[in-house]
Design a protein around this ligand. Structure first.
Ligand code: IPE
Ligand code: IPE
Ligand code: MG
Length: 248
């Protein structure tokens, strides 16, 4: 693995000592990709899922430790039912096939977001895939599924309120750590590099807490056109930025 990464590095000229630990990806533009080709939006989502496999594999080969991909937002339920159903089926297949595809690449898969609105079948499959890949030593892939940054903060606040009500914690004990502990990404580093494809420049409720100091890279390519070499390009841009975290 290391050799593979070193070889790639030589070809691609990125600093493997200064990789983002956690990459967040807002995979946007599937619908426009399909429209450009006169295809139904579903074809764009299908192509997007292929793109995702390649990008996660590349990130893992490089040695990135965490990647969170925005697959379905808490707002995406507003879409026509047929599209929502298609996306859910696609995600289901993705999870089912993960054993053969991504887990073979040593990827540890987790789902982040609210589960109670998902189908029973989906909830079961998420558990199964998480269990199956939990001992993998490669990249941790968080699939943000029915995820919203605001919902996540509400979820964390409720946990804290419960602890206070049960007398396990006093309001003065609440610090950033307690809020972080209640996030779906508890224990993981903050996002260092946030990539959004399709030219849109907004967060759309993605990881509001975790992107506080992320370097943001917005690319014009539509998600199905985003290739491993584009990921390398984004990492290079990240490595060229001066991060100060409020210091000088
Ligand atoms: C991103 O592509 C995938 C999801 C939001 C599920 P879109 O479906 O948002 O594609 P555009 O933005 O309409 O092109
Ligand atoms: C964000 O994309 C959600 C995902 C990529 C899953 P959207 O396409 O839903 O975001 P908006 O509506 O353009 O802000
Ligand atoms: Mg979109």
């Amino acid at each position: 693995m290391l050799f593979k990464a070193l070889k790639k590095n030589k070809e691609r000229d990125i600093d493997l000592e200064n990789l983002p630990k956690h990459i967040g990806v807002i995979m946007d533009g599937n619908g426009r990709w399909a429209k450009k080709r006169g295809l139904p939006r579903s074809a764009g989502h299908k192509a997007g899922a292929e793109s995702l496999k390649k990008i996660v594999t590349e990130a893992n080969n490089l040695g990135v430790k965490y990647i969170t991909v925005y697959a379905f937002s808490t707002e995406n339920w507003k879409r026509p039912k047929a599209e929502v159903d298609y996306l859910m089926d696609l995600l289901m297949d993705y999870l089912i096939n993960a054993e053969k595809t991504l887990a073979g690449e040593n990827v540890r898969i987790r789902a982040i977001g609210s589960r109670k609105e998902l189908s029973e079948e989906m909830r079961k499959q998420i558990k199964k895939t998480e269990e199956l890949t939990k001992d993998r030593s490669g990249i941790v892939m968080n699939i943000a599924l029915n995820y919203g940054g605001r919902e996540e903060l509400v979820h964390s606040a409720k946990k804290i309120a419960e602890a206070v009500r049960n007398g396990k914690m006093a309001p003065e004990d609440i610090t950033e750590k307690e809020i972080e502990d209640g996030l779906y990404t508890a224990g993981q580093p903050d996002v260092d590099l946030l990539i959004r494809t399709s030219g849109e420049q907004r967060l759309s409720n993605f990881m509001l807490w975790q992107v506080s100091y992320a370097e943001m890279v917005f690319v014009h390519k539509l998600w199905p056109d985003f290739k491993p070499k584009d990921l390398i390009e984004c990492i290079k841009i990240y490595q060229g930025r001066g991060r100060r975290f409020g210091g000088i």
